[in-house]
Design a protein around this ligand. Structure first.
Ligand code: IFM
Length: 456
């Protein structure tokens, strides 16, 4: 078999998020985010786990950057903890919080690794949630102010900026199904949250453009859904249309086309009249970006039917049934299907011509453990990654402008409502000792990066 070689300038990265790895929850002026509150609420996170210590990255950052240098990654995608930098969500920045990210970016740059900074990976300062959270319009303005603080502090050293990570999750897992922080179950509020997240993104793009050098790349990361109807029946196709509207077009259309999906507005008429979308908002949401990040893990198969409530699909519960896709599964019980990634990439090639794409997350959880010799063998993860990178390669060959791939995740970490029970890292973390052990998949990824592609 022939090798699958990637373009010479392809960006090979790993990704993490602040609350999932940093720990140091109450150090240096950091105050609680919605995830501190949620994880400390009994019954919300498995095993009562919290991000209080996590992978202790706040204190082990240099060791973690050294691990990445050993891997040979060209880029590192991390997020800034809003409550570390601007604890109440308003007012001036806390210097010590910013200093941590200065040290991190300096360490990366001296290791020849490009920093890719995400401003929001779900850790809203609790005070802003108390004031109304994302369903409240003012939160978008707060976010723009925070974006400006971070840009002023780090604009001279960070070349790539991402406003939001996965606003679908923030809106619908956070405010509709309530399985993520802040744990609300209010379908109408979740639609307001989605719009205000889009607005926050657009306002932040405006602020970043004004504050950053012209060379800065400004982006957004969406967890787009590879939606498939179970059959070709009209009912199943209609179910797929609804989920595509809520999972994909609710974000793509305002950001890239300055409009709301008309069919979604109709689908949700019983929940809202969308009057919270004010004149001029959609011009703000569509402030041009330089690239789009896509996070992909598994496909979404749907059929006509009903689903459980509260659901993260407001308005679709009485029309859509979610069907387990066939095939092998990860420890999250997510089906393994690289074709979904290929389909999304080629769709975006056709729908957003001229927009460079990055796979900003892809990876898998498996039940890894260190064997008696201290090694962690994770052949299933290697197979998962190999299959998905082959799909990216096929997309490149078919004319998709994919600029990079960020493996989720560098380290085992706090997997939100699943706590520490799900391990996504290519580096194993023993949470009792905080010892890091590169898994076989880390060695495999280092080999992929070194050869610039996959072995045939
Ligand atoms: O761990 C998460 C990450 O924070 C966002 N995208 C999906 C990952 C796996 O669930």
């Amino acid at each position: 078999m022939t090798e699958l070689t990637f373009p010479a300038r392809f960006r090979w990265g790993t990704a993490t998020a602040a609350y999932q790895i940093e720990g140091a929850a109450d150090e240096d002026g950091r105050t609680p985010s919605i995830w501190d509150t949620f994880s400390r609420t009994p019954g919300k996170v498995r095993n009562g786990d919290t991000g209080d210590i996590a992978a202790d990255h706040y204190h082990r950052m240099a060791e973690d950057v050294a691990l990445m240098k050993d891997l040979g990654v060209t880029d590192y995608r991390f997020s800034v903890a809003w409550p570390r930098v601007q604890p109440t969500g308003r007012g001036p920045a806390v210097q010590k919080g910013l200093d941590f990210y200065r040290r991190l970016t300096d360490e990366l740059l001296s290791a020849d690794i490009r920093p890719v900074l995400t401003l929001y990976h779900w850790d809203l300062p609790q005070e802003l949630e108390d004031a109304g959270g994302w369903p409240h319009r003012e939160t978008a303005e707060r976010f723009a102010e925070y974006a400006g603080l971070v840009a002023d502090a780090l604009g001279d050293r960070v070349p790539t900026w991402t406003t939001l990570n996965e606003p679908w999750c923030a809106a619908f897992l956070g405010y509709a199904s309530g399985v993520h922080a802040p744990g609300r179950t209010d379908a109408a509020a979740s639609l307001r949250a989605a719009h205000h997240l889009n607005l926050a993104h657009g306002r932040a793009v405006q602020v970043l453009r004004a504050a950053l050098p012209a060379s800065a790349e400004v982006s957004l990361t969406l967890n787009l859904h590879a939606v498939r109807p179970l059959s070709d029946s009209a009912g199943d196709r209609e179910a797929a249309r609804r989920i595509d509207a809520l999972g994909n077009r609710l974000f793509l259309d305002p950001v890239f086309h300055g409009r709301l999906p008309a069919d979604l507005v109709e689908d949700t008429v019983a929940l809202t009249d969308w009057s919270f979308v004010r004149d001029g908002d959609l011009e703000v949401t569509s402030a041009p970006v330089d690239s789009l990040g896509i996070n992909y893990y598994s496909p979404t198969v749907v059929a006509a039917g009903t689903s459980e409530t509260p659901s993260p699909w407001p308005g679709a519960e009485r029309h859509v049934r979610f069907v387990p896709a066939p095939g092998p599964r990860t420890a999250m019980d997510w089906p393994v299907d690289p074709e979904g990634l290929y389909g999304l990439l080629t769709r975006l090639r056709d729908e957003l011509p001229g927009t460079p794409l990055m796979v900003t997350e892809n990876g898998a959880a498996y039940d890894d453990y260190a064997d008696p010799s201290g090694e962690v063998h994770d052949p299933e993860r290697v197979a998962y990654l190999d299959g998905h990178l082959a799909a990216v390669h096929r997309a490149l060959a078919d004319g998709v402008d994919v600029r990079g791939y960020f493996l989720w995740s560098l380290l085992d970490n706090f997997e939100w409502a699943y706590g520490y029970g799900k391990r996504f890292g290519i580096v194993h973390v023993d949470f009792a000792s905080q010892r890091r052990t590169p898994k076989d998949s880390a060695r495999w990824y280092a080999d992929v990066i070194a050869r610039g592609g996959l072995r045939g």
